[in-house]
Ligand binder design. Structure first.
Ligand SMILES: Cc1cc2nc3c(=O)[nH]c(=O)nc-3n(C[C@H](O)[C@H](O)[C@H](O)COP(=O)(O)O)c2cc1C
Length: 175
């Protein structure tokens, strides 16, 4: 089947997953701003990949504006966040909350571990984290948010590829 990967990434983890998946499937990966209408129309399968920021997936706006086209595709949703991919329920709930208007089933939704590194943050993110740090230490949530994490792991894509094979979206033996 013909597929395409459309992603929204700020610090590069989601983009790296999208590009790895492009390598493994032979499909094209595009940032939302560069995805052409024709490419979108030609695809039977569409992988939407987005970071999570304060519980929100920024790809939502783009998905809303393309909702009628998207509903005709076999959709797969990937969310990159500051939790390991093993936190499946966290990610599935987040995806359904943000993109539920696409009538998704939980098995189409996958979480991928991202990186949250203070020293790499830019703009509002750096500002927010600096403000948060000035608040008194504890409660636990504050310290959890401030902590650097690196859960980036290409093996997180294995479940996605298995799903694609099960659904016959890609051929067995591809990779
Ligand atoms: C300001 C800010 C808020 C974030 N909020 C969340 C969140 O609510 N849930 C989560 O799982 N990860 C959260 N993260 C972690 C990011 O999703 C993670 O850094 C991810 O790798 C970013 O994707 P990217 O590298 O493709 O830009 C947050 C990161 C930043 C900087």
């Amino acid at each position: 089947m013909k597929g395409m990967i459309v992603y929204y990434s700020k610090y590069g983890s989601t983009r790296a997953y999208a590009e790895l998946l492009a390598d493994k499937t032979g499909w094209t990966a595009r940032a939302i701003k560069t995805a052409s209408k024709k490419e979108l129309m030609d695809a039977d399968v569409l992988v939407l990949a987005s970071l999570i920021r304060i519980g929100k997936m920024p790809i939502r706006k783009w998905a809303k504006s393309h909702a009628s086209a998207l509903k005709k595709k076999h959709l797969i949703i990937l969310a990159t966040g500051g939790n390991p991919a093993s936190e499946k329920d966290y990610y599935k709930q987040n995806i359904l909350k943000n993109l539920g208007f696409l009538n998704l089933k939980p098995e189409q939704c996958f979480g991928l571990g991202g990186r949250k590194i203070r020293a790499e943050m830019k703009g509002m993110d750096a500002f927010m984290f600096n403000m948060l740090e000035k608040l008194p230490a504890g409660p636990e949530e504050r310290d959890d948010i401030l902590r650097d994490v690196d859960h980036f792991d290409p093996a997180g894509l294995d479940r996605v590829l298995d799903y694609m094979k099960d659904q016959k979206l890609i051929q067995k033996g591809r990779e």
